[in-house]
Write a protein that binds this ligand. Structure first.
Ligand code: AMZ
Length: 331
C-alpha cells in the first residue's frame, strides 16, 4: 500500500477531540515502521494552535485501531516578515548575498512597503545593503520615508556599526535595529545598547557552513554561529535573526538543521531568514516554533509571487504543521 502524504479526518473518526476543536483537520505522515502485517505509521496534526495529535497506527486502513493521544505543546505561532533590501535607493534581492547577482524589484520602496502592510504584514524588515558592505549609510531617505508612511513596526539592519548610528536609526522611528558585524567584532557594544534600549536591539547572525560572516558577507570568520548566539543569551536582546547565506535568495527552502541548532543554542527568540520559496517551506518552520523560532523573513518569493502574503498569513494562523521529514518519505 502506498501511503499518501496527508490525511483528512473528521471528528466522528476520533472520539477524543480536545474542547473547542471543530470540523476536519489535516494530518501529515511522520514515519513508517516495519514490513507486511507489522507495518505501522505515525500521523501528526496540529488541530488547534496548542495541541498536536499523535496517532500510532498498526494498520492504516483499520480505523478501529487508531489510538489517539493528546500532547499539549507551546503555541505554534510564526510571524511572517516581508523584507525590503535597499541598494542605492531601489528594492533588490541578491542571490546568496552576492552583490554581483542583483535582481531589482521596485524603484519605489515606500510603495512596496505600503503594499506589504496592506496585505497584512505586522512587521517589516529592511536591509541597507550599501551600509552592510561599506559601513556607510546610503539609503536613509528611503528608510525615513518608509517609517513615516507605515503604521506597523519596522526593523533595519546593515551598516549599524556604532552606538551613535543605532540611536540615530531609532530616532528615525525604527522599532528595532539589527547588529551583525558589530555583534562579532564588539559584542560588548550590543550588551550596552540592549540594556539601554530593551526590546529594540536584535543580533543578526549570518552563517556560511555554520560560521559567522560579516561586512556584507564578504568576510568569513572562524566563529561558530551557535557560539555567537549563546554569547548574547543574557544581554537582553529582543531576538536573533539567523540567516543561512547558502540558501538566501535561492528559493530552495530553509536550512532547518541550522535553524534547529540556532534555536537550541539560543535562549532568545530566533527569526529565520533565507531560502523561503513556497508556502510549504513556511509551514515546515512551524515544527521549530516550540524551540523558539518565532518569525520568518521572506523576500524574493513574495516579490515574484511564489508566496502570496495574505494566503501565507492565513495558513500560518491556522497553525497547520508540515513535518519536514514527511516530504522525503512520499517519493
Ligand atoms: O545580502 C547581503 N550581502 C547582506 C545582508 N542581507 N549582508 C548583510 N546583510 C544583512 C544581514 C543583517 O541583517 O542579514 O545586514 C545586516 C547586518 O549588517 P552589519 O553591517 O551589521 O553586518
Amino acid at each position: 500500500m502506498r501511503l499518501a502524504k496527508a490525511y483528512t479526518a473528521q471528528p466522528a473518526t476520533i472520539t477524543s477531540w480536545p474542547a473547542g476543536s471543530r470540523g476536519y483537520r489535516h494530518f501529515s505522515l511522520l514515519g513508517e515502521r516495519g514490513q507486511g502485517v507489522e507495518r505501522s505509521v505515525e500521523l501528526q496534526a496540529v488541530l488547534e494552535r496548542g495541541f498536536r495529535l499523535v496517532v500510532p497506527l498498526r494498520e492504516l486502513r483499520n480505523r478501529q485501531l487508531w489510538q489517539p493521544g493528546w500532547q499539549q505543546l507551546p503555541p505554534a505561532a510564526m510571524q511572517i516578515i516581508p523584507a525590503i533590501d535597499l541598494l542605492d535607493g531601489h528594492c533588490v534581492r541578491l542571490h546568496q548575498g552576492d552583490y554581483d547577482q542583483v535582481t531589482r524589484f521596485s524603484d519605489d520602496p515606500v510603495a512596496q512597503a505600503l503594499s506589504w502592510q496592506q496585505q497584512g504584514a505586522r512587521r517589516l524588515h529592511l536591509v541597507d545593503l550599501d551600509g552592510a558592505r561599506s559601513g556607510q549609510p546610503v539609503n536613509d531617505a528611503a528608510v525615513k520615508a518608509i517609517t513615516t508612511a507605515l503604521s506597523i513596526p519596522v526593523q533595519l539592519g546593515g551598516g549599524v556599526r556604532s552606538a551613535e548610528r543605532a540611536e540615530e536609526l531609532l530616532s528615525f522611528g525604527l522599532d528595532r535595529v539589527i547588529l551583525g558585524t558589530v555583534a562579532l567584532e564588539q559584542p560588548e557594544l550590543v550588551d550596552e545598547l540592549a540594556s539601554r534600549y530593551p526590546g529594540r536591539i536584535v543580533v543578526g547572525i549570518d552563517a556560511k557552513n555554520g560560521k559567522v560572516a560579516t561586512r556584507g558577507w564578504i568576510e568569513e570568520s572562524s566563529t561558530e554561529a551557535t557560539a555567537l548566539a549563546q554569547r548574547f543569551c543574557a544581554s537582553g536582546i529582543a531576538a536573533i535573526i539567523s540567516t543561512d547565506i547558502a540558501t538566501d535568495g535561492t528559493l530552495a527552502g530553509p536550512n532547518l538543521e541550522a535553524l534547529r541548532a540556532m534555536a537550541e543554542a539560543s535562549a532568545v527568540p530566533v527569526i529565520a531568514s533565507g531560502g523561503i520559496g513556497n508556502l510549504e517551506h513556511l509551514l515546515s518552520l512551524l515544527s521549530l516554533a516550540p524551540l523558539g523560532v518565532e518569525g520568518v523573513i521572506v523576500g524574493r518569493a513574495l516579490y515574484d509571487g511564489r508566496v502570496d502574503l495574505a494566503e501565507a498569513l492565513q495558513a500560518i494562523d491556522e497553525g497547520r504543521l508540515q513535518d519536514p521529514t514527511s516530504a522525503s518519505m512520499m517519493a
